[in-house]
Design a binder for this molecule. Structure first.
Ligand code: PLP
Length: 406
């Protein structure tokens, strides 16, 4: 069968591939500590699921929603964004709106579709979420990657971003809190980033803030546009319910953006998927977003404990060189290259051994991580820190024994 070059050039999701391997090994009777999860292992809060139950009784919950989302929900999302980011859109003008889509991934696809022509450049920062390059490629765009490393706390240098900008740069994708590093950028970094953008008013920032509720160590992230509110005119704030509501399967995400852009997104969505799930949108209209705080409290406490345990264990096992402080989201990036295991086996070789080491860890040690090669970070692997305390400490014991072994 003929397949388009778009499909032929796309890569399969590495997380899905790893998960398939995990299932295969588990089916064969092997016990695996699965640390690949991109979702919280908790049921969503009853305050929200009760609203879904209530809305299930109405005909409107089963009929088409307006393409951009129900107006009441869009209004609510605008004020939720203002209160959680400490900004006021009306300070700029009334020219902002919301488009609700089938998840934040869908939102970012639409945004790239609305602003990228073939050959246009999009800057992303490595390690990056695996879907960004795929999405940019899909629309014919070209990625420009800015690197960062474990020894600088996975924070990209603003000067490197400046150097990556060219006349063809259409957008920068910022992901803070970050998947896969669990890092949030400092206030100083955000201020410098804001200054850089003021110098480049034609560049659009796609600010993927899907993990913004998950800052488990202070200070909570403050975004660049808080320091230069006029930048909201060139910003798309992306958010949704997947991570903060623990509802990855319900597929609701959104963006807040200048109306010129939301009109374009509505056009794309109107000719592709139409409006997102009516039932869940209606439940969200009914839901008090301030209840999220109560739900997030214990989740953050759990992540904080696991992150503290990780730090202590890395210190005890002589792995401090590859430790950095993760503060948010629910991931940690292991820099294999700075472990005694790597140094003893490969010396200062720069070849990428991430797949090889991650496969050994999975098959011999029983710990599943996602190899960092497809995050644009050779010789690393992403570890999810959401496991419950018991299995988490067991898995970290096995992992650190392996990596500290010379
Ligand atoms: N952005 C980042 C950085 C993510 O890690 C994910 C999911 O893993 C998404 C967006 C997608 O979220 P959604 O489930 O709303 O499509």
């Amino acid at each position: 069968m003929f397949l388009s070059s778009r499909v032929k050039n796309a890569n399969d999701s590495v997380t899905l591939q790893t998960n398939q391997k995990v299932i295969q090994l588990q089916d064969g009777g092997k016990h695996i500590y699965n640390m690949t999860a991109g979702q919280l292992p908790f049921k969503p809060m009853a305050e929200f699921t009760d609203k879904i139950t209530k809305q299930i009784n109405f005909l409107k919950s089963y009929q088409y929603a307006p393409v951009a989302g129900f107006p009441e929900l869009r209004k609510k999302i605008l004020s939720y964004t203002e209160s959680t980011r400490d900004i006021l859109f009306s300070d700029i003008d009334d020219e902002f709106d919301v488009v609700v889509s089938n998840g934040a991934k869908h939102t970012i696809y639409n945004v790239l579709g609305a602003i990228v022509d073939p050959g246009d450049e999009v800057i992303i920062m490595a390690p990056y979420w695996v879907s960004y390059p795929e999405m940019v490629n899909f629309w014919g765009g070209v990625i420009q990657v800015v690197n960062s490393h474990s020894y600088d706390g996975f924070t990209p240098d603003i000067e490197d971003i400046r150097k990556a900008i060219s006349a063809k740069t259409r957008a920068i994708i910022l992901n803070c809190p970050n998947n896969p590093t669990g890092v949030s950028y400092s206030e100083k970094w955000m201020k410098d980033f804001a200054d850089l953008l003021v110098e480049n008013p034609d560049i659009i920032v796609i600010s993927d803030e899907i993990y913004h509720e998950l800052c488990y160590f202070d200070p909570k992230v403050s975004f660049f546009y808080k320091y230069r509110p006029e930048l909201l005119k060139q910003t798309v704030i992306v958010d949704g319910i997947s991570k903060s509501f623990s509802c990855t399967g319900l597929r609701i995400g959104w963006c807040v953006a200048p109306k010129k852009l939301t009109a374009a997104l509505t056009k794309i969505q109107g000719q592709t998927t139409s409006g997102a799930n009516s039932l869940i949108q209606r439940a969200l209209i009914d839901f008090d977003f301030s209840d999220l705080k109560h739900f997030m409290g214990p989740v953050k406490e759990h992540l904080r404990k696991n992150a503290d345990y990780l730090r202590e264990k890395f210190r005890q096992k002589g792995l401090s060189k590859c430790w950095y402080q993760s503060t948010s989201a629910f991931y940690f990036m292991i820099d294999y290259k700075r472990t005694p295991y790597f140094e003893a086996k490969y010396g200062d070789s720069t070849d990428d051994r991430a797949d090889e080491i991650s496969t050994l860890l999975l098959e011999d040690v029983g710990v599943a991580l996602v190899s960092g090669s497809s995050f644009g970070a050779p010789n690393t692997a992403r570890m999810s820190i959401v496991l419950e305390e018991g299995p988490f400490t067991e898995a970290i014991e096995k992992l650190t024994n392996f990596l500290s072994h010379k």
